[in-house]
Design a protein. Structure first.
Length: 357
């Protein structure tokens, strides 16, 4: 079948419009007509920062994909017609790592827009295993286009929060309140934590005050890491929250944000590293030993956790619409430039609008 797409031919160059022929899906595969595809910080990493893709160039980027299954290989026929969200990381499910519950590091995993062609296209071919079905009969209307961001921006912090063991009554601190971080704030609050949001952008912080942020702090206005730590401690004491075992989530993907998050470690703390930067940071690793604390990276989200994250959205506990904006896919390069220039504050979702040529 014909697939219209935008592809990366080389780092540092604009994406190029292209057409390719996609053969019919084989056993265990489906073809999804893309409804929406979110733009992630990682996509800009491939384009601008020299982060290598695992697939061969040229490649179609985009891993936050929602859509409808229009064709299926043998064994997956029941999915035809289903509205789905495509997990950003699709483990094989059969290898030793998958059987041990470590699907995030499955050596046979499929990452659309990295291993194979992704969602900056009219259609995408992906494994049928692990697709998250969207139930059209839900009481709360779910918009399939907006649900594209479930596949990373929502589920990646969801997995990190689950790994942290966060419970009701905990103090959660989210460093980096845009995109992934904004959803991290909402999820932690929905699961019963009192949430502190830290960023350097007052507008981002203000947007989260009605969506789960009990305290917002602009790190740029604090005279050093010590002052920021004291502000959080004072807030915890005032609210009767734990002085230990804080749950900290680094979502900024910046060296300054990662150093800030590490500086907030205290006794028994958990640090979930969700954001990515190719740059090095300087931290005193011995703080983990001295505080008997734990730091853990998080790559994507296990597909079996997607339905639970989707339930939070369906219940209205995690809002999407105030934090996303739709752009026509035909203007993808202009949208990327606007993101680079900081003119866009919400998560961009690209909607296919290809016209035959």
């Amino acid at each position: 079948m014909r697939v219209d797409c935008w592809q990366m031919s080389a780092p540092g160059r604009p994406l190029e419009r292209a057409v390719r022929e996609e053969p019919p899906p084989v056993r265990g595969e489906v073809i999804v007509a893309v409804a929406g595809c979110g733009v992630c910080h990682t996509d800009l990493g491939y384009l601008d920062a020299g982060v290598p893709v695992r697939g061969r160039l040229p490649i179609t980027l985009g891993h936050e994909i929602s859509g409808r299954v229009i064709a299926a290989g043998p064994g997956a026929e029941t999915l035809v017609g289903a509205a789905v969200v495509v997990p950003a990381v699709l483990p094989c499910g059969d290898c030793e790592l998958c059987r041990a519950g470590r699907g995030s590091i499955c050596r046979q995993q499929v990452f659309p827009g990295n291993d194979v062609h992704g969602g900056f296209a009219s259609h995408v071919r992906v494994p049928a295993r692990g697709l998250c079905r969207v139930d059209a009969t839900r009481d709360v209307e779910l918009d399939l286009v907006d649900l594209a961001v479930l596949a990373d921006a929502v589920t990646t912090p969801f997995q990190s929060i689950r790994r942290s063991g966060l419970r009701g009554g905990d103090l959660a601190i989210v460093v980096g309140a845009g995109g992934v971080g904004g959803f991290c704030v909402q999820i932690a609050a929905a699961l019963g934590a009192t949430v502190v949001a830290i960023d350097v952008d007052d507008e981002r912080l203000a947007a989260l005050e009605p969506h789960g942020a009990a305290l917002t702090l602009n790190a740029a206005n604090q005279p050093g890491a010590g002052a920021l730590r004291n502000a959080v401690r004072g807030f915890a004491k005032e609210r009767g929250l734990p002085a230990a075992c804080w749950k900290i989530f680094e979502c900024s993907g910046s060296p300054a944000g990662q150093e800030t998050a590490f500086s907030l470690l205290g006794p028994g703390a958990y640090l979930g590293v969700i954001g990515f930067t190719p740059e090095s940071v300087k931290v005193r690793l011995s703080n983990l030993m001295a505080f008997d604390a734990r730091a853990e990276g998080n790559w994507g989200c296990a597909p079996d956790l997607y339905p639970e994250a989707l339930e939070l959205v369906a219940a209205g506990s995690v809002a999407l619409k105030p934090f996303v904006e739709r752009h026509p896919m035909s203007r993808i390069n202009q949208s990327l430039d606007a993101i680079r220039a900081g003119r866009i504050r919400r998560r961009v979702i690209l909607e296919p609008d290809f016209v035959s040529r």
